[in-house]
Write a protein that binds this ligand. Sequence first.
Ligand SMILES: [Zn+2]
Length: 459
Amino acid sequence: MKTIQAYRYALDLTPAQDRDVYAHVGAARVAHNWALAQVKAVMDQRAAERSYGVADELLTPSLSWSLAGLRKAWNAAKPEVAPWWAEVSKEAFNTGLDALARGLKNWADSRSGKRSGRPVGFPRFKSRRRATPSVRFTTGAIRVEPDRKHVVLPRLGRLKLHESARKLARRLDDGVARILSATVRRDGGRWYVAFTVEIERTERAPARPKSVLGVDVGIKHLAVLSTGELVANPRHLAGAQQRMRTLGRSLSRKAGPDRRTGQRASKRWERAAARLGRVHVRVANLRRDGLHKLTTRLAATYGTVVVEDLNVTGMLANRKLARHIADAGFAEIRRQLAYKTGWNGGRLLVADRWYPSSKTCSGCGAVRTKLALSEREYQCEACGLIMDRDRNASLNLAALAAELNTAGSGPVAARGADRKTRVRGRVALKREPGTASAGQTGTVPPQGGTADHVLTQAH
Ligand SMILES: [Zn+2]
């Protein structure tokens, strides 16, 4: 199975290398902004000419918006626009032009209706302050050094990694991996290099292919499994979150920037913001690490994993930090499970957002009309069941998948005659776009917000 995977490592750069990387990032921005200005100028010129009644064939020729077209225009202009162009890798300019070409295409597709989703705005000029500094290398010498602690990138040369790249190096040595590109990016006050790698993965099967597991992402715990297991939050997470709150308060007491008055941020504000940014990164890293360990284990063990589509409770106006973090973790756990179950020969099912996993009793199937977020215990008025709220939800998700399994071969198996059957009619499977396929069944579009709860195949 061929997959595209990313390997990301923190870099330890010397001051000279730091300047070098910034020069490349700046070059990407210069090329991007120059090309954007050209595109805008030609568009304005043509609009003006049209308003004078100039015939279409006599208009100023429009600029090609493709990467090749932009590159050609840039190469013709660069001796004048950037006489220093030879000092940086041509990949730097390519980074900026590629970003612009994609931005223009997305905007055009969005306007013509070819691209769904939120409308995409016209590309904007990149500013040194706002844009995330990054530069991407696709050609030239890109490799991991034999010591596995250094990488070599075009022009930038040999860069020290903060951690060992042994996992990637092993795959490269075995000839099952091929580096497609390397991106150097600044994130939370640090430089990282991310390799995009094509990997030939061996086919695997989960340890228990017939088993079904429901997963509910919690606040107090990282996740609650339908097996009853509570997966604890990573160590030090609570401490980092506490520090995040403290620093957030400290930041709010300092003089920040103000767009309306043009007030620049104070030095103290900038330092406090940088401190807070670093803690944010640490919290995100701790959580991501915990989620990776969890999802790897689940995908290796269970044949079917079921999660909820969207955290409905999170959509209620709730500005609590903890809730916010749980939501972020929720999206991440789902993303990781989607590709990891694919790698392991399992499958991920997503219960649609209307499925009341929290409000349904896992014992008798009765559905409560209301369940306050503060109620951490589920209490069933019909059968008297009392259970941890998240555990109850995870059991419902697992049961939903079990019903799906039987739905293909015959009538939906009702677990007892005296209660409502929760999966009515057909159960639809839909393949999530953009994820690797594992050879699954056909597609039936979801029915919308009806009582039929739809399970979506996430890969
Ligand atoms: Zn009940």
